[in-house]
Design a protein around this ligand. Structure first.
Ligand code: 3PY
Ligand code: MG
Length: 255
């Protein structure tokens, strides 16, 4: 059973993190932090398929829901990460209905979609009859972050079978002619984010937002987002060590 879907059925938001470091150990460590979900980032993280499989295994030692952001809207990789045990995919840069339908179809077995049979690792949590319930459990999450996607948000968000829409704030900013900063307060950015959330509400699709801080994670939870990303592993590590280094007195880095 997909615990993310359970949280949503209970009306609860889910908080998670992105993993960009190719390590089973850091995936396991992050899975023990209290987050609801972890997303292995194959788009911008340093992860290949051979990294993703042991990281999914490491996350499976906990109840945390494993997701994968695939590098692109490409059915073969979507199917491979679902076979390897992801409970859903985040698909970047979905710009129109046809692209959203392509992503959804790759996540669903026939007759609903085109997913090919071969759930090699997924059977270990799904059981021998994994295929029976898989279409209802695997999350297909499309990112809206391109200029075309912003213009066509209604046709994307209303795509049958799409579970959620995930906002990529920095690509969204670039698409709006703004600087690619996270936790963005530019009025044009805020208005676009609000409009995506509203459109998700209209079509009863879950809305997900990416942040770089607890302050903005809290803000988006309070605003009604169903899924919010709090932190990524690389930033967590470097921010923590930088802060600790900064607390030392009588010592300067490299001095
Ligand atoms: C973006 O900010 O564009 C993202 O995709 C977040 O990783
Ligand atoms: Mg992006």
């Amino acid at each position: 059973m997909n615990r993310l879907k359970k949280l949503w059925r209970e009306g609860k938001p889910a908080v998670g993190a992105f993993l960009s470091i190719p390590s089973g150990l850091s995936a396991e460590a992050m899975a023990h932090t209290g987050v609801d979900w972890l997303c292995l980032d194959m788009q911008h993280g340093c992860l290949d398929y051979s990294d993703v499989v042991p990281m999914l295994t490491a996350i499976s030692t906990t109840a945390v829901v494993p997701l994968v952001r695939v590098p692109w809207n490409e059915p073969s990789m979507i199917m491979k990460v679902l076979d390897a045990g992801a409970y859903g995919v985040i698909v970047p840069m979905v710009s129109n209905r046809a692209e959203a339908e392509r992503a959804v179809a790759a996540c669903r077995y026939p007759p609903a979609g085109i997913r090919s049979n071969g759930p090699n690792r997924a059977v270990y949590y799904g059981g021998a009859d994994y295929q029976k319930g898989a279409d209802g459990e695997m999350l297909c999450i499309a990112m809206i972050e391109t200029a075309e996607g912003i213009a066509k948000m209604d046709e994307i968000i209303s795509t049958p079978g799409l579970d959620a829409v995930y906002i990529g704030p920095t690509d969204l900013a670039l698409s709006l002619g703004l600087a690619p900063v996270m936790d963005n307060d530019e009025p044009k950015h805020v208005a676009t984010v609000n409009k995506i959330l509203e459109t998700c509400r209209k079509h009863k699709v879950k809305a997900a937002m990416h942040t770089a801080s607890a302050k903005y994670t809290q803000r988006f939870i309070d605003q009604g987002f169903d899924m919010v990303m709090l932190v990524n592993d690389r930033m967590a590590m470097s921010n923590y060590v930088k802060a600790e280094v900064g607390k030392l007195t009588g010592w300067k880095p490299g001095a």
